[in-house]
Design a protein around this ligand. Structure first.
Ligand SMILES: NC(=O)c1ccc[n+]([C@@H]2O[C@H](COP(=O)([O-])OP(=O)(O)OC[C@H]3O[C@@H](n4cnc5c(N)ncnc54)[C@H](O)[C@@H]3O)[C@@H](O)[C@H]2O)c1
Ligand SMILES: [Zn+2]
Ligand SMILES: [Zn+2]
Length: 383
């Protein structure tokens, strides 16, 4: 099969690799029809993780089931399925509690929890930017989509990661109806956090970034754009909240946060959140941070440590939640919102490419080129 293979920093190629196949009785084999490039892929693409050369990328996948293992009985050949980026067993202590991002059995590394497709440190699993994808524990992991799935793939594929993750950000931030919320980052995840906040009846949604095209997308759904290359985002949030700060905040940037001039400061968004969220407010962090980052220009962060303004965080009595999203906690309900026409997350899609165009897509999306908000790849046509 053809697949997007990571070769080294800023180098991915479309290559022939051995076909994905059913390896265990609980596996499902999917012919991938839609797979997205994610900001998480970019941390790997840029060589800022220990993602191994030769591995296939892609954790935001949707497609058609073409084969099932002998122990699969819910999912059927021919089903259109959207697959959470988390690979979970469904029966360990964490999975039983819904914490599928921290499954205790699918990551073979001792002492580690959590697995994903084509992802650094999250197990050996191949990604879905490929013609075929092996889905372990298929009955548990596949979300079988409604009958309009084939026509609305660009909506449903967002259930694999960014829509649940944006929703999760607002849940970690304990956002309630009527609350004001500030979101750092207007990439696909930040946009989905803003969208989720709107769907969950936020009183005011403010979003910080410096890319006018991304801020314009946020404005389309009623968020207030804050361009931090023009103004101080903290001052702006204070002004918009009568000097109190936002009720809650979401971090949707991660460890490669940088200033508008491009210099990385891994503590920047976290400290801006502490300053722009009110006393007793809550902060949800879904942007990825890693245990060590030898390539960081910040000496502390080379060891995974952050110069976090803990004094002010404590003084303000704030709370913080963080981590990978447990996609299965939300994807079924969000699927209903899409099916019923209440949510249309495909509004973030800016490019649809075929598999051979993926390397070009990586290059543009990585540069955050104007008009490259969210790239969707279609490895296969529908049968
Ligand atoms: N927790 C999860 O489950 C989960 C799931 C998906 C993605 N992620 C992570 O979410 C993060 C965002 O993903 P994305 O796809 O939106 O990526 P992205 O890189 O395209 O978007 C990040 C945006 O943040 C902006 N930004 C950078 N520094 C900033 C700053 N100091 N202040 C405000 N904005 C700033 C950038 O201009 C960019 O538009 C990544 O770290 C990704 O790995 C986490
Ligand atoms: Zn993703
Ligand atoms: Zn598990």
């Amino acid at each position: 099969m053809k697949a997007v293979v990571y070769e080294g920093p800023r180098q991915v190629n479309v290559e022939r690799v051995p076909d994905a196949r059913v390896e265990r009785p609980t596996d499902v084999l999917v012919r991938v029809t839609t797979s997205n490039i994610c900001g998480s892929d970019l941390h790997m693409y840029e060589g800022r993780t220990d993602f191994e050369a030769g591995r296939v990328l892609g954790h935001e996948n949707l497609g058609e089931v073409i084969e099932i293992g002998s122990a699969v009985d819910r999912v059927r050949v021919g089903d259109m399925v959207c697959i959470p980026f988390n690979i979970a067993c469904g029966s360990c202590g964490n999975c039983e509690k819904g914490l599928t991002a921290y499954c205790l059995t699918t990551n073979p590394e001792p002492g580690m929890a959590g697995a994903a497709y084509g992802f650094a440190d999250l197990g050996p699993y191949s990604g879905g930017q490929a013609e075929l994808l092996r889905v372990p524990y298929g009955d548990f992991n596949c979300l079988v989509l409604p009958e309009d799935a084939k026509e609305r793939q660009n909506d449903y594929v967002m259930l694999s990661d960014i829509l649940p993750t944006g929703w999760h950000a607002t849940r970690l931030a304990r956002m309630e109806a009527g609350d004001s919320v500030v979101i750092y980052g207007a990439g696909p995840v930040g946009l989905m956090a803003a969208y989720s906040a709107v769907l969950r009846s936020a009183g005011k949604v403010m979003i910080v970034d410096r890319h006018p095209d991304r801020l314009a997308k946020a404005e389309e759904i009623g968020a207030i754009p804050i361009d931090d290359s023009q103004v101080s985002p903290v001052d702006q949030v204070m002004e918009l909240t009568q000097g109190l700060g936002a009720d809650c905040g979401c971090e949707c940037v991660g460890f490669q946060a940088h200033d508008p001039q491009g210099h990385e400061h891994p503590n920047m968004t976290l400290n801006d959140l502490v300053r722009s969220v009110k006393f007793t407010g809550t902060i949800g962090v879904v942007g990825v941070f890693v245990p060590s980052d030898p390539g960081s220009p910040d000496d502390l962060y080379k060891l995974g440590e952050i110069a976090f303004d803990y004094g002010m965080f404590w003084f303000k009595g704030q709370t913080m939640g963080n981590g990978q999203c447990n996609v299965k906690s939300y994807n079924r309900q969000l699927c209903t919102l899409i099916h019923e026409g209440r949510a249309r997350p495909s509004w973030v899609v800016s490019q649809e490419l075929n598999l051979d165009e993926a390397p070009d897509g990586y290059e543009h999306f990585d540069r955050r080129d104007h008009g490259w908000t969210k790239v969707v790849i279609h490895p296969g046509e529908l049968g």
